[in-house]
Design a protein around this ligand. Sequence first.
Ligand code: GLU
Length: 335
Amino acid sequence: MFEADVQNVTQQAATGAVPAGNRVREVISEAHQRYAEHTDGQVADYIPILAHADPNWYGISLVDVSGKSFSVGDSQIEFSIQSISKAFIFALVCQELGHEVMHQRIGVNNTGLPFNSVMAMELNDGSPMNSMVNAGALATSALIPGRTTAEQWENIRIGLSRFAGRSLELDGEVYQSEMKTNFRNKAIARLLESYARIDIDPLEVVDIYTRQCSLRVTSTDLAVMGATLADGGVNPLTGEQVVGSEVARDTLALLASCGLYERSGEWLFEIGLPAKSGVSGGMVAIAPGKGALGLYSPPLDSAGNSVRSQRACAYLSRALGLNLFASSAYQSAKG
Ligand code: GLU
C-alpha cells in the first residue's frame, strides 16, 4: 500500500550509517513536500481535546547516533506523546526487571487486535499480551519503581526526559480531558486486577498511565528518544546511558512486532523499521545503529496511526537506506 507510493524511489540498501548531512536535509525536505498537501485521515477525537489539533500540522525530524539533528516543517510544535510513551516505559521497566520477567509477566506477542482490546486478554487467560497495547502498557507502568504512585509518576517523567535529553512536562489539559473519558482503560485495569496481573490500585495505574501519555514532546524530541534506542541506549545528545544496550535491543524487537498495533505486520513489510505511533499523530521509527525519525501529523488511519507520518517514513526508509531488510548482492558490490 505505502510501497506503491514510493515505487519510483531507488531502494538504497541498509548499510552502515545515514547518508551525509546535505543528502539527509534534501531527502527529509522532499518527504515533507511530497505529502504536505495530502488530506487523508481523521484527527482523533475520542480524547476530546485532541480534536483541536490542526490537520495541517506536519513535522519531520531525524537525529543520528552522532547527535546530528535535522528537521523540517512543524518540528517545534508540542503535542502529547500518547502511546509512543509505551515504548520507553517498556525500556525503563525492562532495565529494572530484565528480559525474562518482561517476557513471562507481560508478554511479547502481537494481539492482532486494536490497541484497547479487552478481548485479547480474555482469549489469552488474562495475559496483558505485550507492553504496546493498553492492557500490557498499564501492567508495565504498574511495575515502574516507586513506593507511592506519586513517586512512580515522577520516575516516569524523569525516565522519559532522560530519553529526550530535556525535561518533559505534563500537558494538564490533555490529562484532564483523557481522565474524563477513559472508561475503557479503567475497565481494562479492573480486568487486570481480576486476573491478578497488577499489584497496585487499578485506578491509580490508570492515573499514572494517563499522565505518561500526556507528556508534551516535539517531533525532534521523538527523534532523540528513538536515536537513544538506536545507539545502544546512550542518548546521542547528552551522552547519558539511559538503558543498557540489551534493553535497547529488546525494545526494538518488540516495536518491530507490536509497534503499530494490528497493522504491525503490514508496516514491517512496507517500511522495514521498528516504530511506534500514538493517537495524537506522533510517530518514531528507529534504524538501529544509525538514528531515528520523529514525525508529527494529526490525521490518523482507522488503526490510529498518522497517515502522513507513515507515508513519509515509507519514503525516507527507502531513500535513506533505512529498511532493515534491504540488502544488495555481495558480488555486485565487489564488481
Ligand atoms: N492515551 C491513549 C489511550 O490509552 C493512548 C492511545 C494511543 O496513542 O494509541 O487511549
